[in-house]
Design a protein around this ligand. Sequence first.
Ligand code: FCB
Length: 486
Amino acid sequence: MTAVRPDIAPKQAPEATKFPTGFVWGAATAAYQVEGAAAEDGRTPSIWDTFSRTPGKVRNGDTGDIAADHYHLYRDDVALMKRLGLKAYRFSISWSRVQPTGRGPAVQRGLDFYRKLVDELLEAGITPVATLYHWDLPQELEDAGGWPQRVTADRFTDYAAIMAGALGDRVGTWTTFNEPWCSAFLGYGSGVHAPGRTEPASALRAAHHLNLAHGRAIEVLRGQLPAAVQTSVTLNLHQVRPLTASAADADAARRIDAVGNRIFTGPMLRGEYPEDLIADTRHLVDWSRLVQDGDLAAISRPVDLLGVNYYTPTLVSTPAEGSGDTRNDGHGASDYSPWPGSEHVAFHLAEGKERTAMNWSIDPNGLYSLLMDVTRDHPGLPLMVTENGAAFDDYVSPEGRVEDPERIAYLHGHLDAVQRAVADGADVRGYFLWSLMDNFEWAYGYSKRFGAVYVDYASQRRIPKASAHWYADVIRRHGLPPTGPA
Ligand code: FCB
């Protein structure tokens, strides 16, 4: 299945680095998950402010009001990144901070925050990688219909132009969207994410308008930014595997690949929606009306990089009538499916694999095959691992340390998968650990810790975990240490 190229996979001692020169070592966060300062300097609520205030939506009633207080502590955070030797920081911009309500002129104080953050990073020798949208639609745009409405793509294009104008001279890599699958299908399908709607047809419409907004934003960025600036989008491409070799399970995998992956890669990278996706969902939307003339040309504006986020594979089957768990798909339990047209598909956890605190099975080979599959399907497309990491139940020891050997093992295994993919021909330009620090983990609130740096929320004290020191060592040596955990 995978095109392995032994001709370019030199036999090297395990400790020798296989990461290309210039490979970028980074860590990632997202605005609503870390910034806090929810009502400061003119920021207005986003859908996540509203959702997290809605009883029962987020564990323990947690909100991003304060989060890791990155808005106030960004200087210290950049200094910490520098101490850890990070080469790049991937952050997202809160739309409602820079353009409250999602339309009209920008607010200078909002823009100033990102300009100061970027300047601080540049001064520390850390490359800023900016994401325009990591799930936090201004609430007023949701009130006007949200992503299922085409006009939201128009609004996003204006916002992209504002940001290109404000930071275009100092940010070298731009990402339009983070995981638009989650925005469309968890936000409007299963409802486990903001805005919490459970409308299968709206979820599909949202996906198209997110695609359109992406393509138009690429056009705006390309038009406004210097040629050397890189544009990208980040997708959570599900590494879908059938449970058995049966034809029925193969069909389940095909369906989830269509509505989980190819609904984005099709229009973005090939200029077309997959025929099988259209067939699977035509009872829900009229694609010929949804997709207007010129849309596919706009959506398929070339990107310089594809960002991929990977945590765990997706194991699926077509259950016999009445059997199988169609709700446990790893994205949060709901009575509503985030898989329009394929609601009957069942999801499984691989047997015999270790799990993280999210109950996601640990499988570095999934990252290897993901990178190789994308390379095979889209030859020559430069890739960036924009998120990878794991939550564990971290705690501070009486000596004040956070020992997280499981996270080190997870990162070691996945970085090894990256270097294997590179050796086998994948053009992977960098790796961003999710996350720089513990933060608001969406519907799980603060109950899940993904950080390399521990955050004591009561004091906002940062404590680099053992994994942060381990990662700093990886960065220093530009490769994996010779004796890492298996
Ligand atoms: C990804 C999100 C990121 C974080 C990780 C754990 O889907 O992009 O914000 O929540 O999962």
